[in-house]
Design a protein around this ligand. Structure first.
Ligand code: PHE
Length: 359
């Protein structure tokens, strides 16, 4: 590049001025930080247009150089200020667009982790407890590993009773079994209190050597016991009828069929009218299979021998003391209510099955 058309001081200053002015005008067009950098190099860089002009300084008399130098520095400073201003402008723009594009919308609902729910057995147990709580039954529990004595002798189950068969009972050690029913809690409750009235409900797991579509080696029962002077079979009926209506629907009926359990006398199997066909016993009814009735529990009047076994003090007047007891299977009731045909589904932990019972 030539120093200046005429090599004069004025010409050179004019040249610097025109480069600087054009550069200042072009600056506005640099729309990215990268192009701004290129622009800076092209004008002010070692081989930039501005520097090229100043290379001609050698051909200028020494006395004239300060004037050109001062003018050059002046323009250079202006250019640099303008470049810096444009740079911060572009940086701000870039930040703003980045903030916009990387913006996180915190108002969007997050992905919910799948929520768990209570197992159908737990749901059914709680529902039943609620019903009896309203009648004043207190919930109490007993151990699942129980003495043979409390499981059998104390509730009047003789040595030769089939329930004590090795085939039915899991023996956990000498004199210790996995309880085969919740009835030992009757005895524990009476012994603990040592007097009456006793009105308890006792839910929990029980164990029997059984395994098919309707029997599991572990299942759940709820035991009920109400002991007081004047408790009659009619009270048992009334309480169970209330229970049946609350659980199976308000038009439910119950019937008692004579049956034998060693710890009650008289004893009964209790049926509830089929909630599916309203007890009509419809031919094709899949719930009651046409009988109109569903067997739901065992019950009866507490055998007097249990009061003896409970250690109630005869002198304190328990003569004539009565009571009723009942025991129901939770699985059976849950299966009826939800029309579940295979009990084993309850214990396979399959979420496809279990998630249907989300309350
Ligand atoms: N314990 C009995 C059973 O497991 C049920 C029952 C309890 C029957 C109380 C009568 C009274 O089958």
């Amino acid at each position: 590049m030539s120093v200046s058309p005429d090599g004069s001081v004025a010409g050179m200053i004019a040249q610097l001025k025109s480069i600087a002015e054009k550069a200042l005008a072009d600056l506005a067009q640099a729309s990215t930080l990268e192009s701004l950098d290129e622009f800076r190099v092209a004008v002010l860089g070692k081989k930039g247009s501005f520097s090229e002009v100043l290379k001609g300084l050698g051909g200028i008399p020494a006395s004239d150089r300060p004037a050109i130098g001062a003018a050059a520095n002046d323009w250079k400073r202006k250019l640099e200020e303008a470049l810096d201003a444009r740079k911060s402008e572009l940086e701000e723009k870039r930040l703003a667009s980045q903030l916009e594009s990387e913006r996180i919308d915190i108002s969007l609902p997050s992905r919910q982790p799948p929520a768990g729910a209570l197992h159908p057995i737990t749901q059914t147990t709680r529902k039943i407890i609620q019903v009896f709580s309203r009648l004043g039954f207190d919930v109490t529990t007993g151990p699942e590993i129980e003495t043979e004595f409390l499981t059998f002798e104390a509730v009047n189950i003789p040595k030769d009773h089939p329930a004590r068969d090795m085939q039915d009972t899991f023996f956990a050690g000498p004199g210790v079994v996995l309880r085969t029913h919740t009835s030992p809690v009757q005895m524990r409750a009476m012994r603990e209190k040592g007097e009456w009235p006793v009105r308890i409900l006792s839910p929990g797991a029980v164990y029997r050597c059984d395994d098919d579509a309707t029997h599991s080696p572990m299942f759940h029962q709820i035991e009920g016991l109400w002991v007081d002077h004047g408790v009659k079979m009619s009270h048992l009926k009334g309480v169970l009828e209330f229970f049946a209506r609350e659980i199976f629907g308000s038009d439910s009926k119950i019937r008692l069929r004579p049956s034998y359990f060693p710890f009650v006398e008289p004893g009964a199997e209790v049926d509830v009218s089929c909630f599916n066909c309203s007890g009509r016993g419809d031919d094709g009814c899949r719930v009651c299979r046409g009988s109109g009735w569903l067997e739901i529990l065992g019950a009866g009047m507490v055998h007097p021998r249990l009061f003896e076994m409970a250690g109630f003090d005869k002198k304190s007047g328990y003569a004539g003391l009565t009571g009723f007891a009942f025991g129901l299977g939770v699985e059976r009731i849950a299966m009826l209510l939800h029309r579940i045909s295979d009990l084993r589904l309850m214990y396979q932990g399959d979420l496809r099955f279990l998630s249907q019972f989300r309350a």
